[in-house]
Design a protein around this ligand. Structure first.
Ligand code: GDP
Length: 446
């Protein structure tokens, strides 16, 4: 799936050449192409705009890690942005199925979207993976075959279905399903609602009435990923009338364009929970944003490569820092970088710990004078300084300190702590310089 989009992006990135930081001109040129590719993949325009903006901001000035090309670096950034777009930057919360039984899950969507199939797939998934006792009920009284279809699927999956009583309204069936489930000890009731070929008022009113009567724990929208932009419009229409809690994207096994998947999270504001990947009743997968982003780009190997190179990049940064130290320079930006390293290491180790200034910092941390949470605050303090203040912290007057404390949501005392730490480290650097720089220190240590 998603072949065309990944091929297109591949072509774009091949054109990026050069080394060092990604320039604005390069990034903008590449992003123009990404924009066209996404629009051609039928991603909704507002989604494309936000996506391009976020990816551009992240890419401009990003340093190209040694051993990867700028194109590969951009792939990684676009990949990260895709994952965020697909996931909303959040983990999918578990389905609310552990409430006082029975939990009610209402399935909504257009006719032909794969709603009934998905109902059976989900019921089976809940039964086998979650060990829940599940009852399915079809509320589709408009299509006589619909209730029978669910009954047959129930037989195939060995999931109980509510006996069919002709002449009942959808709300009556829903209430009967709930009642039976309670009496018979079912954990979950799945309500398969009626669909229509298109969004219409009667359908929406029926959905709202069923939701009002049964107060479902989950309302899952089933959409056909092959319908692209239409799927997005359908989602917006349903969202306007019922409180959706998630999306199931069907026919992900055949999605050539990717547009629906990319738009769905931001249009519905709810997580994509599952992907239907075939006609068989076990072809339902927990939606995995990383995997789908990888498939859209078709460049999973590049993403892995850049991740590995990023680890080396950290080592490079440490080397650069060592050079700076050797020259006896150490400003607030350097301190901030060190703080970032300390946070990542959850303390101090390796080269950083060998640096005299860091030894002092480590002592402070070990003694509890600086706790790891403080590192975040220290970073915020440094970020609240102007470039000039960061380069020459000695210009910090009381007035400036108050401004920085306010800007970072800290106190002047905290600001002073950061300044003291910087001073101690800078002094240590000077001593280090006298000893003949980092090389001299290494020699002494060996
Ligand atoms: P409903 O009208 O929304 O209830 O749609 P159905 O559940 O009856 O599904 C319509 C058709 O789509 C059936 O032939 C299903 O087998 C097929 N279908 C449903 N989900 C998927 C899927 O994820 N992949 C594929 N390839 N086919 C699917």
């Amino acid at each position: 799936m998603f072949d065309s989009l990944s091929e297109r992006l591949g072509g774009i990135f091949d054109r990026l050449r050069g080394r060092g930081a990604l320039t604005e001109i390069d990034v903008r040129a590449a992003m123009r192409e990404v924009r066209v590719a996404l629009l051609e993949a039928d991603v909704a325009l507002p989604v494309v705009k936000d996506f391009i903006e976020a990816a551009t901001q992240r890419a401009i000035g990003a340093e190209v890690i040694k051993s990867v090309t700028p194109g590969q670096q951009v792939v990684k950034i676009v990949n990260d942005c895709l994952v965020e777009l697909l996931s909303g930057g959040e983990d999918v919360p578990p389905l609310k199925i552990n409430v006082t039984p029975p939990a009610v899950i209402m399935m909504v969507g257009l006719q032909g979207s794969g709603k009934t199939t998905s109902t059976a797939k989900l019921a089976s998934w809940l039964g086998t993976r979650e060990r829940k006792k599940v009852l399915m009920a079809s509320l589709d009284v408009a299509r006589p075959a619909a209730q029978e279809q669910l009954r047959v699927l129930g037989e195939q999956t060995e999931i109980a279905t509510l006996p069919i009583i002709p002449g009942q309204t959808p709300v009556q069936i829903a209430e009967r399903a709930r009642q039976s489930a309670r009496l018979q000890g079912f954990d979950v009731v799945l309500l398969d609602t009626a669909g229509r070929l298109g969004v219409d008022e009667a359908l929406m009113a029926e959905m709202a009435a069923i939701a009002g009567a049964t107060n479902p724990d989950e309302i899952l929208l089933v959409v056909d990923s092959l319908t692209g932009q239409d799927a997005v419009n359908v989602a917006a229409a349903f969202k306007a009338r019922v409180a959706l809690t998630g999306v199931i994207l069907t026919r992900m096994d055949g999605d050539a364009r990717g547009g629906a998947a990319l738009s769905m999270r931001s249009v519905t504001g709810t997580p994509i929970r599952f992907a239907g990947t075939g006609e068989k009743l076990d072809a339902l997968e927990a939606f995995d944003a990383n995997r789908v982003a990888g498939r859209i780009l078709g460049m999973g190997d590049i993403v892995g490569l850049v991740e590995k190179a990023a680890a080396n990049f950290e080592a490079e940064q440490a080397e650069k820092m060592a050079e700076k130290l050797a020259k006896g320079q150490f400003d607030m930006d350097d301190l901030r970088q060190q703080l970032g390293q300390m946070k990542k290491m959850g303390g101090l180790s390796g080269l950083a710990a060998m640096m005299p200034g860091m030894g002092a910092a480590k002592k402070a941390m070990d003694s509890g004078a600086i706790n790891p949470k403080l590192l975040d605050r220290m970073e915020a303090i440094i970020l609240s300084m102007t470039a000039k203040e960061r380069a020459k912290p000695e210009i910090l007057t009381a007035k400036r300190k108050i401004r920085i404390a306010n800007g970072s949501g800290t106190t002047v005392q905290d600001v002073n702590k950061v300044l003291k730490m910087h001073q101690e480290m800078a002094n240590a650097m000077k001593r280090l310089k006298k000893m003949g720089g980092i090389k001299g220190m290494m020699k002494m240590l060996s």
